[in-house]
Design a protein around this ligand. Structure first.
Ligand SMILES: [Zn+2]
Length: 162
């Protein structure tokens, strides 16, 4: 099983502390490391043979992209990004998942071109340092803030019988 499938399995069992919200095509989770404060991931629900956006059927592809954009907007509002960065990589874990980074002036200093450049110009060992893991209280507050913004953009579906 891949790392992303493992995390989704934890969500389904109710034991993933980073889980924020389930949408139609994926799951919203707070990133394990928070050098880029508000770093969030949007995990596509299925794996199997689907490892590229172009493998998705047209409806699913559009929905996945639309939901990712809404998650990015919610992240930007919740955590005050100057600019959002979007990455869909997957040479390690081919399971489709978006990395959504809120960026702020000087956040990779002293690296890059005078502190400007992509997130991966910041050294990996610093980005993934244990000190960047949110403590329980911080994680809980982050989830509440993001959840509130998501609810505003994508109201949760009600199960009420009319
Ligand atoms: Zn997977």
């Amino acid at each position: 099983m891949c790392l992303i499938c493992d995390r989704i399995d934890m969500i389904k069992k109710g034991c993933n502390p980073y889980f924020v919200r389930e949408l139609e095509t994926g799951y919203v989770v707070i990133g394990d490391h928070q050098h880029f404060s508000g770093y969030t991931l949007f995990l596509y629900k299925h794996h199997g043979e689907i490892t590229e956006i172009f493998h998705l059927e047209p409806y699913e592809r559009t929905k996945f992209m639309e939901e990712m954009a809404m998650v990015a907007e919610a992240v930007s509002r919740a955590f005050g990004a100057e600019k959002m960065n979007y990455e869909l990589l997957g040479m390690g874990d081919a399971h489709l998942h978006w990395h959504l980074f809120p960026r702020r002036e000087g956040d990779i200093l002293p690296y890059g071109h005078h502190g400007k450049g992509p997130v991966w110009w910041y050294p990996m060992e610093k980005m993934y340092a244990d000190g960047n893991r949110p403590d329980e209280a911080t994680l809980s507050e982050m989830k509440q803030r993001l959840s509130a913004e998501l609810d505003r953009l994508i109201p949760p579906q009600s199960c009420e019988v009319k």
